[in-house]
Design a protein around this ligand. Structure first.
Ligand code: HEM
Length: 698
């Protein structure tokens, strides 16, 4: 069949039609069917003559097509787009005083973990920088079974009762007649629903803030949201809220940047996590526990069972009890990230639920959806979902059962005795629920203690810096400007005076509202005196160093080699990384004739992909950049996005062309000598030059 052996280190033959056949060798395994039958030709189907009809007996074609046709499984109904990685949780100290959970007993003990980050509303193929809540789901493979903390990057939620979840998700996703917009809240159905759900106002403040456009999964917090319980060996209960605090501090992008990143690199977040782990710069978070007792819960101004409320860290500080490190990318995205199944029901001895009605409802949701998504009840056998501790029970059969009981007995109690009788209960180590005393009539009603809808929305707003407040206002104006029906805009803005009258005015002006606001009477009068909380701002919780961040360096032929090397060393010494952006991806010839390798071509590496930039053309090289629109955007966007910019004198004509030469400020640092690089990197620790905003965004 094959006629010619080609010149190639691997065994490559060419078929009669010119097609390439790569063949097995001593170190190259033989391709087989799923049944193990070796395949002789994977390029051609079996036909009656080379130009004739296909034969029915071509079992290889049939099997290959059949399998391909079934490659897709339903995407998650929410949180469809996500990215996961393996790692471990390391416990700092024994927490035996508050919980008997095994993983918290021994200082220094490591528990394997799998984490999946996600957006909520978009489809699986949507872009990473959508304005959205991020899922932060952690599976801990403890010696007592799997414990999933299925959280988000925002500590509160839109709704108080699970019965509203399908409505919330229908409202936020694509509108059903047209199937757009996807991965966006800026449409009528979402704001219509929200304007009729005052309980969502606190969450809305968060979603309109820069929390909803994080720079990286690595630079965002995670929250369990609900109040849970911890139980110690004596059965004593302590309430708890879970927090994940990123080691590298908080950082978000700004909206104009998010829009452009979505075009330049829709996989920006997944690529960032992948690269960080592959290069050994392991992302890390500390687990913080807010612990409180019944007395605090009774005296707290809100209901601790209401998921639209948080407890500020000034009221209950977070006790840092361990760290979560992600140190291994998945081998196969589908097998691990797509098939992982987190569930709030996956809980271990020493932890328990509270009566939060949102949490209670979640317990009815995850298993159902996963049976549909993963095709049967045995998805717990998939390696990423299976416990790493021993597990035994009499559950059997079903689609694709991988873990099957041996022997004759598959029920209990039984009288077979000993090992032949199979697994038995354990009163010592078995899960014990908190025996809460419950009383009351059966009712379908909301607790009055949930009725304050605005106080914490206001507290969040006043906890933001002026710049952050401006971003919330701009986001609201942007989103509501996309709403076609004026009555919805008006109804939404009418809630805002309860949060902040000046904010309401600003939004009304920004939307050009002519109708008078009809402010709805609050179900409960908001509290006037909640204090701002520093922990709620991103700007006040930034990093202490520039580690983990990335600088984009624009170079041309003739770039000054010593200056470039000085900058590279300073960036790397800080624990940051750099990418070289050049006229071609083949790199440039530096001032000393050496090659500077490039990772991006201008245009392929716009400045939105970097935390700071350096503009280092030679005097000749800059002339070509002046004719390159992408080079102009590189500097004008970096300036508009308030980034720190290092530059050489030769960059001046490009700054003039980009219209920023007259506005250069202290965030723009000239590199005259290699030592100036250090000053630049130290400046970059602030991440952005916020006081440029009034010029850049005017
Ligand atoms: C009643 C309220 C809720 C319901 C009914 C619900 C339901 C769901 C469903 C059906 C999925 C898809 C699961 C899958 O296919 O594997 C999901 C995923 C998820 N939910 Fe919820 N959810 C609710 C509230 C929340 C809240 C309050 C949070 C955060 C605290 C949250 C965090 C997540 C996360 C992080 C995922 C993605 C898990 C992953 O990465 O696979 N959900 N939820």
């Amino acid at each position: 069949m094959k006629t010619k052996k080609l010149q190639d280190p691997e065994n490559v033959l060419r078929g009669k039609g010119g097609e390439i056949h790569q063949t097995a060798g001593p170190e190259v395994p033989i391709l087989t069917t799923q049944q193990g039958t070796p395949v002789s030709d994977d390029q051609n189907s079996f036909k009656v003559g080379p130009r004739g009809p296909a034969t029915l007996e071509d079992f290889h074609l049939r099997e290959k097509m059949f399998h391909f046709d079934h490659e897709r499984i339903p995407e998650r109904v929410v949180h469809a787009r996500g990215f996961g990685a393996h790692g471990y949780f390391e416990n700092y100290e024994t927490l035996a005083d508050v919980t008997s959970a095994d993983l918290f007993q021994r200082p220094g003990e490591k528990t394997p973990a799998f984490v999946r980050f996600s957006t909520v509303a978009g489809n699986k193929g949507s872009a990473d920088l959508a304005r959205d809540v991020r899922g932060f789901a952690v599976k801990l493979y403890t010696q007592q079974g799997n414990w999933d903390i299925v959280g988000n990057n925002i500590p509160v939620f839109f709704i108080q009762d699970a019965i509203k979840f399908p409505d919330l998700v229908h409202a936020v996703k694509q509108e059903p007649d047209r199937d757009f917009p996807q991965a966006a809240t800026a449409h009528d159905n979402f704001w219509d629903f929200i304007s009729l759900m005052p309980e969502s106002m606190h969450m809305i403040m968060w979603v309109m803030s820069d929390r909803a456009i994080p720079r990286s999964f690595r630079f965002m917090e995670g929250f369990g949201v609900h109040t849970y319980r911890l139980l110690n060996a004596d059965g004593k209960s302590t309430f708890v809220k879970f927090h994940w605090k990123p080691k590298f501090g908080l950082q978000s992008v700004i909206w104009n940047e998010a829009v452009k990143i979505n075009g330049a690199d829709p996989d920006f977040h997944r690529r960032d996590l992948w690269n960080a782990i592959q290069t050994g710069d392991y992302p890390e978070w500390e687990l913080g526990l807010q612990l409180f007792d019944d007395k605090f819960a009774d005296e707290f101004e809100f209901d601790v069972l209401d998921a639209t409320k948080l407890i500020t860290e000034e009221q209950v500080p977070t006790r840092r009890v361990g760290r979560l490190v992600l140190d291994r990318c998945v081998d196969n995205f589908f097998a691990e990230t797509e098939q992982v199944a987190f569930c709030t029901n996956n809980i271990i001895q020493g932890v328990d639920f509270s009566n939060d009605p949102l949490l209670q409802g979640r317990k009815f949701s995850y298993l159902d959806t996963q049976v549909k998504r993963l095709g049967g009840p045995n998805f717990t056998h998939i390696p990423v979902n299976a416990p790493k501790c021993p597990f035994h029970n009499f559950q059997q059969d079903g689609h694709m059962a991988m873990v099957n009981p041996k022997g004759r007995v598959n029920y209990e109690p039984n009288s077979w005795g000993g090992a032949a009788g199979g697994p038995r209960e354990s009163h010592e180590t078995g899960f014990q629920s908190f025996l809460a005393k419950e009383k009351g009539r059966k009712v379908r009603e909301r607790s009055e203690s949930f009725a304050d809808h605005y106080s914490q929305a206001r507290q969040f707003y006043i906890s933001q810096t002026k710049v952050e407040q401006g971003h919330i206002a701009e986001a609201l104006i942007f989103e509501l400007s996309k709403v076609e029906k004026p009555a919805i805009r008006l109804r939404l803005v009418s809630h805002l005076p309860h949060i902040d009258p000046k904010l309401a005015d600003r939004i009304a002006k920004g939307l050009g509202l002519r109708d008078k606001l009809e402010v709805p009477p609050p179900a409960k009068q908001p509290l006037p005196d909640l204090k701002p909380s520093k922990a709620l701002s991103i700007a006040l919780n930034g990093p202490k160093s520039f580690a983990g961040r990335k600088v984009g360096i624009l170079v041309t032929d003739g770039t000054d080699r010593p200056l470039f090397d000085g900058l590279k060393s300073a960036i790397e010494a800080e624990g940051a990384t750099l990418e070289v952006v050049a006229p071609t991806v083949g790199g440039v010839l530096a001032s000393d004739g050496s090659i500077i390798e490039a990772q991006q071509k201008i245009g392929g590496g716009p400045s939105v992909l970097y935390d700071a930039v350096a503009v280092m053309p030679s005097a000749d090289g800059v002339q070509a950049l002046l004719k390159n629109a992408a080079a102009k955007d590189f500097v004008s966007d970096a300036f508009a996005h308030l980034k720190f910019i290092a530059y050489v004198g030769a960059a001046q004509p490009l700054f003039e062309k980009a219209g920023i030469a007259a506005d250069l400020d202290e965030g723009c640092l000239i590199l005259n000598a290699p030592k100036d690089a250090q000053t630049f990197v130290i400046a970059c620790r602030k991440l952005r030059r916020w006081d440029r905003e009034h010029i850049a965004m005017a």
